[in-house]
Design a protein around this ligand. Sequence first.
Ligand code: GLP
Length: 266
Amino acid sequence: MLGSPDLPSLPIPSKSVPTVKVYPSADEASLAVANQVAAEVKQLELVGKTAVLGLPTGATPEAVYRYWCQFHKERAFHWGKVITFNLDEYWPLPKSSKHSYHYFMEQRLFGPAGFDPRNTFIPDGMIAKAQIDEHCRSYEAAIERVGGIDIQLLGIGINGHLGFNEPGSSHQSATRLVDLAETTRERAQPSFGETEVPRYGITMGLSTILRSRHVYLLAFGAAKADAVHCALHGSIDIDCPGSFLQQHPNVHWVLDTAAAAQLELA
Ligand code: GLP
């Protein structure tokens, strides 16, 4: 809807070879990711660096978040210093709404796992329209100020979207206000019940995502099989935003057998 504030000069590397791991179940895949990322957070701490995580919402990361809460309670894993930036938020929608991603993160992860609210960032779903561009620029600047995202977790939409970067999004797009695709709104409607799903969202751009040093893309269930196939094996194209991950040098695809059903894997 608004002019997309593209970031200037994102180099476009040639296709890289991603790691693809297929697990018998979403739960086993989630435990592996939860352990791996927790280990990377610890390793960064050992060299005196605070980990910066990019985090998604939706059904896909729920089990990972459940395991991280468990690590905190049972192994005293300390998340308090970790810095997080969420991918997206609906607009307009107050933080207090139980449909907001603020609410989701607080309930599913930040509260129970002991994250420090001063270190967790999510786009503001109630920012006034006139201030959206400035808010998005500040979000990008805040990511840059802490040295960029070390580890970005991602889900993928059935239409191949990343965050709320719907088909048609430029690989150079930055954090911005976007129109949500009808398929995205329809898929979200059951969890909104009687309330209408907002028409817009504020999302990190594809460029923001592609600048992360390390990406884990998680996809579970048969409904994701087409999107996973087009993102991994299709041509790199704005019709499938996930396909831009083929240009990222360090992506781990973490799938269950149903989501991997259309891949030709060795
Ligand atoms: C939503 C979110 C995305 C998420 C995707 C998949 O619209 N904005 O960040 O990755 O759709 O959601 P789910 O994991 O529930 O399938």
